[in-house]
Design a protein around this ligand. Structure first.
Ligand code: TRP
Ligand code: SF4
Length: 328
């Protein structure tokens, strides 16, 4: 059987952190089973950051390094920048002709975001932002994708995409587009080291590019059970950030560590040292790959040029079918 096709993308909004790792690991795994297209979706970034567009180019490069360091492989997947493949925009325009305004207005993320952003004085009541999920549908459809790995928050967008696929196929009596399935990945939520939501502005996250010292410092800054004073006091791992990280990074031995904490048999200093070691073991091979990537200055541009070239070939094939189905 022919391999299925996958598209997924991320907006280039800055460095990734270890909270993104479970998503990337999933993408890496999918490379073995599917034809994967992974896009850095810079037009999507513009929908909300059109006033601060100067950082986008640097963010694209940083994101690409993070992706490759995490194990995305340009030999296996097509890795590219959305705006390098103009067919995404052409399909978006075509889809905009057949998509009722009400479908876009009722996407739950839309009104939410407009409201949220207007609270911080940002006006995104633009045409482009309303079309955000339709551009996303074009990203998926232009490769005639069968599946889209996403987090739960993106489900309304995938549902819209499926509706648009059905409408297009029906309206033009064609079977140009398959209906893509969402591949839900369990996104494991990690708090920031201070227990708040991970956020760049709180300086409470561990970036994917963290050096060993930064990992140690951030683990040391993690909030533990505040009622624990001596290391022989019984602890409560449920209120401890270290424990949340252990839950993800030491799956097999996690119960054992909790037990020791509950019985006051392990001190927080030792417990943190252990987590820092786990994280370091996980980050070391990524750091090695990152350094290798950064040591050849043209490599990143080459990856993106090759990726865009391959993506354009497929995207143009789809557009030929679309133009033919529509009759222009
Ligand atoms: N909206 C997605 C997000 O914020 C990014 C995205 C754009 C995307 N186009 C896509 C994800 C197509 C999956 C498929 O995460
Ligand atoms: Fe947290 Fe570990 Fe200290 Fe328990 S021993 S409170 S899990 S750091």
């Amino acid at each position: 059987m022919a391999k299925g096709t996958i598209f997924s993308g991320m907006r280039p909004t800055g460095r990734l952190h270890i909270g993104h790792l479970s998503v990337l690991e999933n993408w890496v795994r999918l490379q073995e089973e599917y034809n994967c297209y992974y896009g850095i979706v810079d037009w999507h970034a513009l929908t909300t950051s059109f006033q601060e567009s100067e950082g986008i180019k640097d963010n694209i490069k940083e994101m690409l390094v993070d992706w490759l360091a995490a194990g995305l492989d340009p030999e296996k997947s097509t890795i590219f920048v959305q705006s390098h493949v103009p067919q995404h925009a052409e399909l978006h325009l075509m889809l905009s002709m057949i998509t009722p305004l009400s479908w876009l207005e009722r996407v739950p993320t839309y009104k939410d975001q407009v409201q949220q952003l207007s609270k911080i004085g940002k006006d995104i009541s633009t045409y482009g932002f309303l079309g955000y999920p339709l551009l996303q549908a074009a990203d998926i459809m232009i490769y005639r994708s069968n599946a889209v790995p996403v987090g739960e928050d993106q489900l309304p967008h995938i549902e819209l995409c499926r509706e648009v696929v059905r409408r297009f196929n029906y309206m033009y009596d064609s079977e140009v587009f398959p209906e893509p399935q969402a591949l839900l990945s369990k996104v494991k939520m990690l708090p920031g080291v201070d227990g708040r939501k991970m956020s760049k502005s709180y300086l409470n996250l561990i970036s994917l590019a963290a050096e060993q010292d930064e990992i140690k410092n951030q683990v040391n800054a993690m909030v533990t059970d505040p009622n624990r004073i001596r290391k022989t006091d019984p602890g409560n791992p449920d209120v401890c950030v270290v424990d949340k990280y252990h839950g993800i990074y030491v799956s097999g031995e996690h119960e054992g560590i909790r037990e020791q904490c509950l019985k006051g048999r392990i001190g927080c200093v030792q417990c943190k040292r252990r987590l820092a070691q786990e994280l370091e073991e996980q980050q070391a091979p990524m750091r090695e790959r990152r350094n290798k990537i950064l040591s050849s200055p043209d490599y990143l541009d080459d990856v993106l040029a090759e990726g865009a070239k391959a993506a354009r070939v497929q995207a143009e094939k789809t557009m030929e079918r679309v133009r033919q189905a529509v009759g222009i």
